[in-house]
Design a protein around this ligand. Structure first.
Ligand code: NDP
Ligand code: GDR
Length: 348
């Protein structure tokens, strides 16, 4: 009987981690995921993949751990002995990184170094993927590609630059097969609710259902290159199957403003966006990234990877999914909306 390839995914409970776990399980991998202990369940994105641990078909294993705990990471490397490590864990919200710069640096930056050091100290012979970001380009104008200079504009972007360089350093210093996937924004119905695309599509569904009236946003002029997350995790996997460790940009090459996304999403639901979208300066950032548009031609040439879903299609997929999700909530909270005057959690 052949032995399954073993992958360790940090950030498995996040958007990308859930799609990547699905992809790898579908390819016959044994998948190990790092999860954080929380007082409430935070595994809703992967619950559909989880089997009873006593089931002999179970190939998904979850382990408690945190990127701030280096000793635990070494122990897990010894226990799991993975063939592939995907480091997707991060404090990934750019606006929040201005509120929590030290925590973001510790998790998103130093956390990557702790994981690489765990690989080295445990003597694990694996391939390593680092979730690098177009936010590293920051103020450098588009189109951005693998050779574009970095100019991060947030504690998050700066932490990702650190993580990028430690991955390259472990490649150069220790010969580790370590790659950086420099991914531009990618979204899906599983996107966290405080990122702008999901905030918009979720609000569209709620406004259409009559349970919400207004959507408060910040800068509508920012340009982003938004792709579809399931396609991007396929690109991550291809980077680790390549003959040589190299860094790759993944992007659609499209350029949409936040306003364009708003218009597409509202129009798809038959709503007039100008009647509902309001400005709130709380959603502005101390320093903004004005325009990110990626050139993914290297990934197309060397990995055969090309985005298929463009931003307008993505917006429609997400609106449809949020409308459907609202229907499946059984109408229970539509019939019983939040009490008038009940405070709404202030999320960025
Ligand atoms: P999410 O925010 O959806 O997921 C982040 C994951 O990291 C969650 O599983 C979270 O766990 C976990 N995590 C956070 N802090 C820690 C910690 N200290 N120790 C262990 N785990 C932790 O991000 P995405 O799925 O969207 O993105 C995946 C990665 O790719 C991130 O590193 C992100 O910065 C990067 N990236 C994302 C892009 C995008 O457009 N989506 C573009 C470019 C890069 P929990 O569920 O417990 O909070
Ligand atoms: P980003 O994503 O910062 O690009 O980082 P986000 O969706 O948070 O912001 C995109 C743009 O929209 C503007 N914006 C708002 N953003 C939020 N969140 N909320 C608002 O109300 C709002 N109004 C306007 C922002 O100013 C910004 O210009 C994402 C994350 O997934 C990172 O982890 C990843 O590395 C990068 O994408 C690539």
């Amino acid at each position: 009987m052949s032995v399954a390839t073993k992958a360790l995914i940090t950030g498995i409970t996040g958007q990308d981690g859930s799609y990547l776990a699905e992809l790898l399980l579908g390819k016959g991998y044994e998948v190990h995921g790092l999860i954080r202990r929380a007082s409430t369940f935070n595994t809703h994105r992967i619950d559909h993949l989880y089997l009873d641990p006593h089931d002999s078909d179970n190939r998904l294993h979850l382990h408690y751990g945190d990127l701030s705990d280096g000793a635990r990471l070494v122990t897990l490397m010894h226990e799991i002995d993975p063939d592939e490590v995907y480091n997707l864990a991060a404090q990934s919200h750019v606006r929040v990184s201005f509120d929590e710069p030290e925590h973001t640096g510790d998790t998103t930056g130093i956390g990557a170094m702790r994981l690489l050091e765990a690989v080295r100290v445990a003597g694990v012979k694996c391939r390593y993927y680092q979730a690098s970001s177009s936010e590293m380009f920051g103020a450098t104008p588009p189109p951005q590609h693998e050779g574009t200079p970095f100019h991060p504009r947030s504690p998050y972007g700066a932490a990702k630059v650190y993580a990028y360089w430690v991955a390259r350093n472990y490649r150069e210093a220790y010969g580790l097969f370590a790659v950086n996937g420099i991914l531009f924004n990618h979204e899906s119905p599983r996107r966290g609710e405080t990122f702008v695309t999901r905030k918009i599509t979720r609000a569209v569904a709620r406004i259409q259902a009559g349970v919400e009236r207004d959507l408060y946003l910040g800068n509508l002029d920012a340009v982003r290159d938004w792709g579809y997350a399931p396609e991007y995790v396929e690109g991550m996997w291809r980077m680790l199957q390549a003959d040589e460790p190299e860094d790759f940009v993944l992007a659609t090459g499209g350029n949409f403003t936040v306003r364009d996304f708003v218009v597409t999403a509202f129009e798809h639901a038959g709503l007039d966006w100008e009647a509902h979208v309001k400005f709130d300066e709380r959603y502005l950032r101390p320093s903004e990234v004005d325009a990110l548009v990626g050139d993914a031609s290297k990934a197309q040439d060397k990995l055969g990877w090309k985005a298929q879903v463009d931003t307008a299609q993505l917006a429609r997929i997400m609106v449809d999914a949020d409308i459907e999700a609202l229907r499946h909530e059984g109408g229970s909270w539509i019939d019983h909306p939040a009490l008038p005057g009940w405070p709404t959690i202030d999320v960025r």
